[in-house]
Design a binder for this molecule. Structure first.
Ligand code: MG
Length: 408
């Protein structure tokens, strides 16, 4: 049976991997809709290769450029912006939506897809971080399937097939530890965006690479797991595993621990999410444990990487605070990439922004989006204050230097 897919975030790292899987199994999957952000050159290639019914692009200007480069008649097949993403997510021809837009922007179209009765392959963790209670309630109400593409959650979903849900005692999410795993606290103040973007094992987009370096990515994944597997956050642990071979583990009440292993390649969780319960023969190198040398494990360091601790606290408090955490983090990561703040200040901005906000119930999508917006405003103001401080400190150093030079 052919699955008819809509792919949100088609030009990103996950999107490109999804299309590679589709290319390997042309009889199994058919692309009906694509939604991209700004990369129209790549979107144009994808349109030629997959001939979707409709595509979405972020702005009217880009839609204009795209139309120019496509055969006549394509005008009415292009939709624009957030509304365009929702159109793609709810196309009547589609049965499964792959949600791979980066950040908070992924929530609304994913929710629209669920409400329209589509199965979901979820790479956008923010959807569950921000509105896990609402999303999982909608999944149950609409009787759709939601399978994770996040590699750790795919591993847990696979390990959960080994036992009954009521016999699970702990979920253990592994984390590579990112590029700064061995840096001391002092050295972290001097790291650059380029260093933070160079992830040792995974080739990913900028946002998630920075999140991996701060361990906020793992914090968001703890919240994601809490909702996806309906397990108290107290029973979710994080383990640093630099080789990224053991993708996560489930411990059962009898002491058995079931893990999923594999080479670090996103196409494995992608194909699992798209073909479950069947498995497809992926043309990838196989894991060779005899050559994997030593696999190491250690507990995370909450002092050097406070973002992880913060995510745990926020998850426990719940309500709209996880949405606020996520939004403040998006602003902080952008500020770090723009060199407005230093690396340890990312977690600082997030903590300060969340502290300034009141916890409200995540009663509906509007309440969640309101918290998202409020947190962004708080985070912007914390970033500004930090920038001002940095300028004053630099000016102070400059003045010291001037006054210490001997005057004639
Ligand atoms: Mg992950």
């Amino acid at each position: 049976m052919t699955k008819h897919l809509a792919l949100l975030g088609s030009t990103g790292s996950i999107g490109r991997n999804v299309l590679d899987v589709v290319r390997q199994f042309p009889g199994r999957f058919r692309i009906m809709g694509l939604a991209a952000g700004t990369n129209i050159a790549l979107l144009r290639e994808q349109i030629e290769a997959f001939n979707p019914v409709k595509v979405a692009i972020s702005t009217p200007e880009l839609a204009g450029d795209l139309v120019q480069s496509l055969p006549a008649g394509w005008g009415e097949r292009i939709v624009v912006g957030a509304a365009g993403n929702e159109t793609i997510a709810t196309l009547p021809e589609v049965d499964t939506v792959v949600s791979a837009i980066v950040g908070a922007a992924g929530l609304t179209p994913t929710m629209a897809a669920i409400e329209a009765g589509k199965d979901i392959a979820l790479a956008n963790k923010e959807t569950l971080v921000m509105a896990g209670n609402l999303v999982m309630a909608a999944v149950a109400r609409q009787r759709v399937r939601l399978l994770p593409i996040d590699s750790e959650h795919s591993a847990i979903a696979q390990a959960l097939e080994a036992g009954r849900r009521e016999d699970v005692s702990r979920l253990i999410l592994t984390a590579s530890g990112g590029p700064f795993r061995n840096k001391n606290e002092r050295a972290l103040w001097g790291v650059t965006p380029d260093e933070a973007l160079a992830h040792p094992n995974w080739d990913m987009g900028a946002k998630i690479s920075i999140d991996s370096a701060t361990l906020m990515n793992k914090g968001l994944e703890v919240i994601e797991a809490r909702w996806l597997f309906d397990i108290p956050v107290e029973n979710i642990e994080v383990l640093i595993h630099p080789q990224s071979i053991v993708h996560s583990l489930v411990e059962y009440i009898d002491g058995s621990v079931v893990a999923q292993l594999g080479i670090p390649d996103m196409r494995i969780p992608i194909v699992y999410a798209l073909s479950h319960p069947e498995r497809l023969r992926l043309g990838l190198p196989r894991l060779n444990l005899a050559k994997a040398h030593d696999l190491q494990f250690s507990p995370p360091d909450f002092t050097r990487f406070p973002a992880l601790q913060l995510a745990y606290q926020v998850c426990k408090r719940g309500g709209t605070l996880p949405a606020a955490l996520n939004a403040a983090n998006e602003v902080a990561v952008e500020a770090f990439l723009a060199k407005k703040i230093r690396f340890p200040e990312i977690a600082l901005v997030v903590a300060e922004s969340v502290n300034r906000l009141e916890r409200k119930e995540a009663a509906n999508l509007a309440a969640v989006l309101e918290a998202d917006l409020a947190a962004r405003m708080q985070a912007e103001s914390v970033v500004e204050a930090l920038q001002l401080k940095m300028q004053q400190r630099l000016a102070g150093e400059h003045n010291d230097a001037t006054s210490s030079t001997p005057t004639p």
